[in-house]
Structure formats: C-alpha cells, structure tokens
Design a binder for this molecule. Structure first.
Ligand code: VTB
Ligand code: MG
Ligand code: MG
Length: 362
C-alpha cells in the first residue's frame, strides 16, 4: 500500500453516495437512538421499536436523495414504515441508494435497559447490498488480523463448515495468543446449544448475548473491544449490516442462509411449510434450492464500492455509550460512522435543546 503523498489522497470519497450522504447519516441513526432511549427499561419493546422507526424515517425523509429500503422492518403488509420496497428521501437530486436499516437492533435490550442495543443503517449504490429474505444467516465474523494471517498461510482459512476448533486455532494464531484467550460471542439460543458446547470444548471463552450479534461482529475488527469471533445464526439483515462495517474496517464475514425452522430444529412438516411460503419470494431474489446453501463472503453480502454505515448506541455497548438525557431536550449520543473510502468517525454528539441546562461536560 503506497503511503499517501498528500492528504487529498487520504481524505476522499468513494463516490457520490459517500460524498453526499456520509455527513448526514449519523443524524438519522442518532434520531432513532435518542427516540428509543426515552423508552429504555420501560418493558415495551414494540413501542421502543416503533418510536425509533418513526424517528429514523422522519429524519431520513428530510435528506435529498432517492432511496429504496432493501433491508427493513419486514414486508409492506407487516410493517407500516421502513418496509422492504419503501421509497425514502426527498427524491431530489441525483443520488440514488439502496438502504439497509435496523432502527432498533436489540428491542428487548432497550426494553430491559441492558447493554447492547443500537440504531444502525447502511446506504449503498443500487445493488450494493445483498438483500436477502427474512430468514436467518449462519455466520462467522473475524477481524483483520485473521485476514492477514490467511494471506500469509493460504492453507489455513476460516471456513463455515470447518470444525470449530480449526477456525479458533486460526484466530488464535493470527492474534498470537492461546485459544483460551479468545472471546467468542454467540446468541444464547437453544439452536446454539451444541455450538456453544463445542466452543467451550476448545477452551475458548464464550460471551453469550441474549440479543444483538451485529455490533459484536463489528467489534471483531476493533482492537481493544475484547471480542475476536462472532458465530451462530442470526438475522440476515444484521449479517449484511455487519458485513458493510467489516468491509470498511477489514476482517471478514462468511454467511449462509438458513430457514428459521431448520435453525431451530423444526419438524419436517414445519420446514416444508416454511419452504412453501418463502421459496417463491427467495426465487425473485435469485435464490433457489440449488444455491440457498452457498456461502456468501463479505463481498457477496456487500458487493457495493460506494457505501456508508452508521450506528448509534441506545444502551451502552462495547464502544458506544448509552444515550444520556439531561432535561430540556438535551441529549448526548455516541456513534460510529464510516465510509467505504476508508474513513471511520467515532463521534460524541451533544444536542443542546436548552442552553440554560448545558449538557456539555468533559
Ligand atoms: C437475531 C440477531 C439480532 O435478534 O436476528 C436475533 O441477529 C433474533 O433471533 O441481533 P431469534 O429469532 O433467535 O430471537 C437480534 O438478537 C436482535 O435484533
Ligand atoms: Mg428491527
Ligand atoms: Mg435486529
């Protein structure tokens, strides 16, 4: 990699999407995060979700672009807003984008006031995001050190189908530490019972989370986060959003679609029923019985080259604090906002609603 000769080489945009929309993106996730944070710990996850969806949509619709929700709150008939196919933005200007949103990733976490919930989204040039159907993805996420190690050792690659011990050995070697020092995040679900046992059998440390495997995935690419691997099946939208961040930060995601009934050990009848319901829609996305089991890598999940990602903390997390509210409409919110040119902004935003109750403190 040549050293940048000028700062102009360093500070640039990947393309029109990043140039036009990166500065505004955190306003969208922060609006959603602040709205959700007022519902923290109130035990009503649906309402927390609703207010964050509304705030995200309202803020997005003030921005000049033509956007289509590709990963959203569900199909049009089940989600009133930010449904798949909804057009957003003012429609003014030349910027056209595909959008992935999760206005409140971790609704239970917010409702219970426990760590790990965020507002998150990505935008890319049309076709830039894999818009999988509403099924799970089996996945493994690792950070940039592992990718470097794989390049140096072409026979040792992370593989979704490899025994867990093999994958964790590679991660441990890449990070120059013992397996016993590796931390694997996985959703605490019955479907992961065997996988959790297998991880434990390697000696690796396990961080079970009740919800929210997206930000832990991003954290694998951030030194000091204390997270090295994310495994298991979770939402496919979450996997694509993770991949957008990982494609910017380095690291890799391997994923494969899996029907929820299959992941959760459903009966043959239930599996057949779900297939009958989902396969026709999957077919419209080019997904058939023949290729549904293909492994998707980071570039397949996010084929785009001009894309942006933002996440704002709602409750506290690995590196995003919870929203602080100070009275008078004053709020403080932490975000990470990134562009595919290779820029990461870690921001600490203070919104002053009432100057007499300044929320500004060091
Ligand atoms: C997954 C995970 C998310 O919800 O989608 C999970 O990726 C839902 O899984 O981070 P279950 O159907 O097993 O509950 C989250 O944890 C939160 O949106
Ligand atoms: Mg959601
Ligand atoms: Mg979610």
């Amino acid at each position: 990699m040549p050293h940048p000769k000028t700062v102009e080489n360093m500070i640039k945009c990947a393309g029109p999407v990043e140039c036009a929309l990166l500065p505004s993106l955190i306003h969208v996730t922060e609006a959603a995060a602040i709205a959700a944070s007022y519902q923290m710990g109130k035990g009503n996850k649906n309402y927390a979700d609703q207010v964050s969806v509304e705030a995200m949509r309202r803020m997005m619709n003030t921005l000049d672009f033509k956007g289509v929700i590709k990963i959203g709150e569900g199909e049009r008939d089940e989600a009133p807003m930010l449904f798949i196919g909804e057009e957003v933005g003012t429609g003014k200007g030349d910027i056209v984008v595909d959008i992935a949103v999760d206005p409140l990733e971790g609704t239970n976490l917010t409702a219970d006031g426990i760590p790990g919930s965020i507002s998150v989204m990505a935008m890319a040039e049309p076709g830039g995001l894999f818009h999988g159907p509403d099924v799970y993805m089996d996945k493994i996420v690792v950070g940039p050190d592992v990718v470097r190690y794989e390049k140096e050792h072409p026979d040792e690659k992370i593989d979704l189908d490899a025994p867990i011990i093999k994958n964790l050995e590679i991660v441990a070697k890449a990070l120059e530490r013992d397996i016993g020092e590796i931390v694997v995040v996985i959703l605490e679900r019955d479907r992961h019972k065997n996988m959790i046992e297998e991880i434990r059998a390697t000696g690796a440390r396990v961080n079970l989370v009740s919800d929210g495997d997206l930000m832990p995935g991003v954290s694998t690419a951030i030194r000091g986060s204390g997270i090295h691997v994310v495994m298991g099946s979770g939402g496919s939208g979450e996997a694509v959003l993770t991949a957008a961040a990982i494609k910017i930060l380095g690291g890799k995601v391997l994923a494969r679609l899996v029907l929820p009934t299959v992941a959760n050990g459903g009966s043959e009848e239930e599996i057949a029923e779900e297939k009958a319901e989902k396969m026709p829609r999957l077919a419209t996305m080019g997904i058939t019985e023949d290729n549904i089991n293909d492994i998707l890598d980071t570039d397949k999940l996010v084929p785009g080259t001009d894309f942006i990602f933002a996440a704002s903390g709602v409750t506290s997390g690995q590196f995003l604090n919870q929203v602080n509210l100070f009275g008078g409409g004053n709020a403080r919110v932490h975000s990470i906002c990134m562009g595919s040119s290779g820029v990461v902004k870690l921001t600490d935003s203070i919104y002053i609603g009432d100057k007499e109750q300044t929320p500004l403190r060091l």
